[in-house]
Every structure is written in C-alpha cells, then in structure tokens.
Write a protein of this length. Structure first.
Length: 352
C-alpha cells in the first residue's frame, strides 16, 4: 500500500496561516502569532493562543462536524488577526469624531466595533453572490428555455459561481494594497514549504520554494464550489428562493466535506488529489505573488514565533514584539485533545 505523505514527512500539516495587512499570521497547535512590518522597518510580532472547541467537546471532532467548527473558527480567527495587524501598524493612531463617538458609545475602538459588522456584511454578500444569484440565474434560464433543464441547472449555477469567484479575485488583485497582501500570501506559502522540507529557514532557502500550496484556503474554496454542484443535483426545487434555502441548510455539509478533502489532500498524493486540487493551485496564480526579501523575513518571524518548542527565542530573527495577547479561547487543559495527545495544527490551521 502506498505510504501517505504524512507518514513520510511528519512536518506536513504542522503549521498553517494566512496573509494579513503588511504581514503574516501563523498557527501551530495552540500557538498563534501575527508578524507585521511596521513603518520604521522593524518586525512586530504578537503571540497568542487558540484552543479549538473540538479539544473541549469530543463530538465536535467527528468527521464533517469538525469541518464546520474549523470553518467558523477560521472566520473568527481571520477577522481577529486582521484587527490585530491593523492595531499593530497603528492604523488607528488619529481618531476622528466618528471613532471617538464609537469609543464613547461602545467602549471599544472603531476597528473592534466595525470588524464584526464587516464580517456579517461579508457573509451576507457571499450568500447573495454565491448562492442566491446563481440559483436565480438558473431559474431564469429555465424559464427562458420554457422547460425544466434538470441537472444542467446545477452545472450552470456552479459555472456562474466559479466565474464570480475568479472575477472577484482578479479585480481585487489590481488594487495595490491587495497585491501586497497577495505577496505576503506567497511568502507564507514559501516559508511553510521550506519548513516542511526540513530546510533552514533563511531568506535564500524560502525564496526558492514554490508559492502554490495544496492546503491553501483558495483550494478549499474551489473544492466547496465543486461539491456545491454535486449537492445541487439532489435539490428538486425550481424556485430560486427555495433552492437558496436548501443550499444554505446544506452549507454545513458542503463545508464539512470540503474540509475532509483538504485534510486528506494534505496527507496524500495521488492522481485524484492532484486533479481535484489543480483548480485551486491554478487560482493561486492570482491570490499569491512573488514576495521580496523583507516580506519573507516577516513570514519566517511569524512561523518561528508560532513554534516556540522548535524555535526558542534565541534562535528567532531579532524583532520588536508587541504585548502578548489574551487567549482567543480559554483552555480547560492545554494538553487535552480527544483521541490522543495534542497535535500540531493540521488542516484546521492550513488555510494558507
């Protein structure tokens, strides 16, 4: 039997992360770090801990269910780290009247108040663009044809979702700030590849690595779109609103299956995995860019900070350090994990 990639290389899936404003977030196990390049050229790093709800409730660690939990936690973590990066960069240094009013009214900064609102708006917009709009267009085409187009409706909806997704990514990639974030995304991928290959984490070694990673969140999105097409085959309703309602109800199943594939893809290499991962890897030509040396240094600093057991403080790049954050989730027992000893983060922290 063919040996899995995970058995060949225990470093696979041990660390993951995401790009943030002028920096990189990395997570390994319970350790989470955000490193940014500040205006004075120094690297600022903020360390915190994150304990998944799956470690506290065994039922949340079951297949499919764990994917839904990981997805929700990933959204929460993404907005939290973006907020951290903005604060570390001093984006809020000069408060306007509106910011002062928010602080007085809610006792929080503008970013702390607006981030949850932005998250809700973002989720709502995604539901409209990727669920309702394709369902409405499919129903419209069916009406124009004058007959039930059957399974083709799900195919049309899926193709439209992919076109919207690709078009959106292409458009935002034209924005200078987003382009820089995509460069940090490339630095994150390259540094993880370098670590997984067991090479020393230097700018030279990281720079020569590939920037397309199979466990990237971009690949996850494409897998979800493909799964959505298959699930759409089994929805009998023609009405756009009913189809939308069914798809929203089935969204946890879509997310759960996509997560299981991402975990499998991170541990195995076979023709099926390569075929299903290919669209996401192609898409990373848009969502990642070649980073420069300074961006790679930030990614290395974040990766090392997220793995204190492997990279003691004295072995890390000299850098400024922001005050340590409170745990995102208070752990009951830092070493507990249903089904065995505490592992390093695998696919749940691999939205790279």
């Amino acid at each position: 039997m063919k040996q899995s990639c995970k058995e060949k290389n225990p470093r696979l899936g041990k660390v993951g992360g995401q790009a943030v404003i002028e920096g990189v977030m990395m997570r390994s196990g319970e350790h989470l770090s955000v490193s940014v390049r500040s205006a004075d050229g120094s690297i600022q790093t903020k360390n915190s801990t994150f304990v998944s709800a799956r470690q506290k409730h065994k039922v949340l660690g079951f297949p499919i269910i764990r994917g839904v939990v990981a997805f929700v936690e990933s959204l929460r973590m993404s907005f939290s780290t973006l907020n951290d990066a903005a604060n570390m960069l001093g984006i809020e240094e000069e408060e306007g009247k509106f910011e002062k009013w928010l602080k007085k009214k809610f006792g929080k900064s503008a970013l702390d108040v607006l981030m949850p609102i932005a998250m809700v708006i973002g989720v709502a917009l995604a539901l409209v663009l990727f669920i309702f709009l394709p369902s409405w267009v499919g129903s419209l085409i069916s009406g124009l044809v004058g007959t039930d187009i059957g399974l083709w409706k799900s195919v049309i909806e899926g193709v439209l979702k992919i076109l919207i997704f690709v078009g959106y990514m292409v458009l935002i990639s034209l924005m200078p700030d987003i382009r820089r974030t995509f460069e940090y995304h490339g630095a994150e991928h390259k540094s993880i590849f370098c670590y997984e290959k067991g090479e020393e984490l230097t700018v030279e070694n990281v720079k020569k690595q590939g920037r397309f990673h199979p466990r990237c969140g971009t690949s996850f999105m494409f897998v979800m779109l493909l799964i959505g097409i298959l699930i759409g085959f089994f929805i009998p309703f023609e009405n756009a609103f009913l189809r939308t309602a069914c798809k929203i109800l089935l969204l946890p199943l879509t997310v759960g299956i996509g997560f299981e594939f991402l975990m499998y893809a991170g541990k195995h290499d076979n023709p099926l995995v390569r075929i299903l991962s290919a669209p996401g890897l192609w898409m990373q030509r848009i969502t990642t860019r070649e980073p420069d040396a300074s961006q790679i240094e930030v990614a290395i600093a974040s990766l090392k900070a997220a793995m204190p057991d492997e990279f003691p403080v004295e072995e890390r790049t000299e850098q400024g350090t922001a005050p340590e954050a409170s745990p995102a989730v208070e752990p009951e027992d830092g070493n507990s994990k249903p089904g065995g000893a505490k592992p390093a983060a695998s696919a749940e922290s691999s939205a790279t």
